[in-house]
Ligand binder design. Structure first.
Ligand SMILES: [Zn+2]
Length: 299
């Protein structure tokens, strides 16, 4: 089978690598050209560049301007989301008005907001208010969940994602796109506090993620990184059932953060294999790997 030209919903770049310090592991995010070389190896036609503007979890922020710069330089290979930290504009006590910022980025071509990594509660009043502005602007939000304040970058939620559910209910017109270990570990009902920030293995008993996806049409999934890949690869039979049931709200993704990342190659083989073996229909494969994202991005 000829591999389908895919769209990667979750990409990061540094526009000017010559000025970017290496992280603690001695690596850095790829430049646009380096990422395009990876995409050619992976049969990926287009990626969504996600800025990261919160101070948590990063050596340096990944600027919105850098993403726009790369997307304008390679319009056939990149789309982009904008990003705003809900704590910006002195959003301390009173909610800040983010509408002008989102309108500004939307006019420039932003197709969404994210990756949201601010380490505050998912239902923090500043987050809640920011979601209202995203909802009003019609921009989907792609987010990383964290298990605690100070634990890791990402919006904080407990086991079972009760705060996310509150936001899903409160912002029915806002499309939430979930990512990260604490999001994907909810695939199985046997999730615990001990394993939720990890890559749990073994057969899946449909868990909270299934319930939330069934209950809230405004929730979608980002398959990127080790977390998305693991959630499917741990139980191929469950993966097929999940992809088929939620075929219109799942996006293929990579989250390549260093030149040495191997997971996108392993996962590509897995998801192509599901289609080749007939475990999922070709229409489902096409939607997840390409068509859903093409629709979201208007390409
Ligand atoms: Zn990411």
């Amino acid at each position: 089978m000829q591999s389908l030209k895919k769209i990667d919903i979750h990409a990061h770049i540094v526009a000017f690598p010559q000025w970017v310090p290496l992280n603690l592991y001695g690596s850095r995010m790829l430049s646009p050209e380096e990422l395009i070389r990876k995409y050619d190896q992976l049969d990926i036609e287009r990626g969504v560049l996600l800025p990261i503007v919160s101070p948590e979890g990063q050596t340096v922020p990944l600027s919105v301007e850098g993403c726009i710069y790369a997307a304008q330089k390679y319009p056939d290979r990149f789309s982009w989301f904008c990003n705003v930290d809900p704590r910006a504009l002195n959003n301390a006590a009173a909610p800040s008005d983010f509408s002008f910022l989102l309108a500004h980025y939307k006019k420039l071509g932003a197709r969404g907001v994210g990756e949201m990594t601010s380490n505050i509660f998912t239902d923090d009043p500043r987050m809640d208010s920011f979601f209202s502005y995203c909802e009003e602007a019609g921009l989907p939000v792609l987010f990383h969940i964290s298990t605690g304040i100070g634990n890791w970058y990402g919006m904080v939620d407990e086991l079972g994602l009760p705060r996310l559910e509150k936001m899903l209910k409160k912002h029915p017109k806002l499309q939430f796109i979930g990512h990260s270990q604490p999001f994907w570990s909810e695939m199985s009902a046997d999730n615990t506090d001990e394993i939720r920030n990890d890559y749990p293995k073994g057969k899946v008993t449909p868990g909270r993620l299934w319930t939330l996806m069934r209950e809230y049409e405004n929730l979608s999934c980002d398959l990127s990184a080790g977390s998305g890949a693991n959630a499917l690869m741990r139980d191929p039979e469950n993966a097929a059932a999940f992809l088929v049931e939620f075929q219109d709200r799942i996006y293929y993704g990579c989250d390549i953060c260093a030149d040495t990342n191997k997971h996108p190659f392993i996962f590509r083989e897995f998801i192509d294999g599901l289609c080749e073996s007939g475990a999922i229909p070709k229409t489902v494969y096409r939607k997840v790997c390409r068509d859903n994202a093409a629709k979201l991005l208007g390409v």
